[in-house]
Design a protein around this ligand. Structure first.
Ligand SMILES: [Zn+2]
Ligand SMILES: [Zn+2]
Length: 326
């Protein structure tokens, strides 16, 4: 409960006076309602009993007749003898330090979040400009097309079929992630991560309270103290039967344009897995034979294309074929 004596500046002659004084030591002007107290944290703590009693006595009050400040214990104005009556007290207020403004969320010593920068109009115009350039570039590279005569250099399809086999595999996992049906082989302790554990609290000075009588009292807050500790969990090695892709069978065609799936013969503990298909038409630019393009079509439409076929393509600068027409 550190108490420090503040200071105030005379509004008439600018002399800095001790907080306890209700009158300027140089010109005699009374300390008025418009005077603010201030104190530096380096100011020594008050130890004098009389001054401590003054500090604990409550906020001073303003005489409504002559404007003088009077101590809370006085019932009549020491300047003009008017009774206190309904005269108001000086404001008591808490002034927070920088660290007092952050909510106590655990991490001690954290700095308050920086205030979000307000977007300015010139800033927004620059962003809009950059955005327009990017959109324009994307349009030019990927959407703007030229109509070009092309010849089919080749066309083909491919159908692929995965074959899976059920096999006994060894895996490791954290104890709570071991799948059902697994046969546990062994387990051991391993570092899983870290966690912050509250190990106590610390008293932090977060500000000071203007007592309204020339004195200030330090304000404290109890904040949790955390310690980072390793967390260990059980790691498990287990065996489990799993379906694994062991091979992929493919069928392709460049002259036979009737796409088919490969005929697969399955052994014990085998099954069909995923399957994929694609069909592509390779094109040469009739005006510039150095330029080749690839155009993907649905597999069932590949029969419409054949080598040597003359077509018209809509093509982007980057060589993406958007449409292909007779
Ligand atoms: Zn003065
Ligand atoms: Zn008075």
């Amino acid at each position: 409960m550190a108490i420090r004596e503040g200071k105030w500046k005379c509004t008439s002659c600018a002399t800095v006076n001790l907080g306890r004084n209700t009158q300027c030591s140089a010109c005699g002007k009374v300390r008025g309602a418009d005077v603010e107290f201030f104190v530096d944290d380096s100011e020594a703590e008050t130890t004098d009993e009389t001054l401590l009693q003054k500090a604990a006595g409550g906020a001073d009050w303003h005489c409504e007749w002559c404007g003088s400040d009077n101590q809370a214990a006085q019932s009549a104005c020491r300047q003009c003898s008017a009774q206190r009556g309904t005269a108001p007290s000086r404001q008591q207020k808490i002034i927070l330090d920088k660290n007092g403004q952050t909510p106590a969320t655990g991490n001690t010593g954290s700095t308050p979040p920086a205030a979000a920068k307000k977007a300015t109009l010139p800033g927004l115009l620059v962003i809009a400009g950059i955005l327009a350039v990017v959109v324009g570039l994307v349009w030019f590279l990927f959407f703007k097309t030229d109509v070009v005569p092309v010849t089919v250099s080749s066309a083909g399809w491919e159908r692929a079929q995965d074959v899976e086999e059920e096999r006994l595999v060894r895996e490791t996992a954290w104890e709570n992630n071991v799948p059902s049906g697994a046969r546990v082989l062994r387990s051991w302790q391993e570092k899983f991560g870290t966690e912050d554990i509250q190990v106590g609290t610390e008293r932090v000075k977060t500000g000071k309270k203007d007592l309204g009588n020339g004195f200030f009292e330090d304000v404290y807050e109890n904040r949790p103290v955390y310690e980072t500790r390793d967390v260990f969990k059980n790691k498990v090695e287990y065996e489990i039967w799993k379906w694994i892709v062991i091979r992929t069978e493919k069928m392709t065609g460049t002259s036979d344009m009737t796409p088919q799936w490969p005929q697969v013969s399955l052994d014990y503990r085998q099954r069909l897995g995923g399957k994929r298909e694609k069909a592509e038409v390779n094109l040469i630019n009739d005006k510039d034979s150095g330029k080749n393009y690839v155009y993907s079509v649905p597999v069932q439409e590949i029969s419409a294309y054949s080598k040597g076929q003359k077509l018209t393509a809509e093509i982007t600068v980057t060589g993406i074929v958007h449409t292909l027409k007779p």
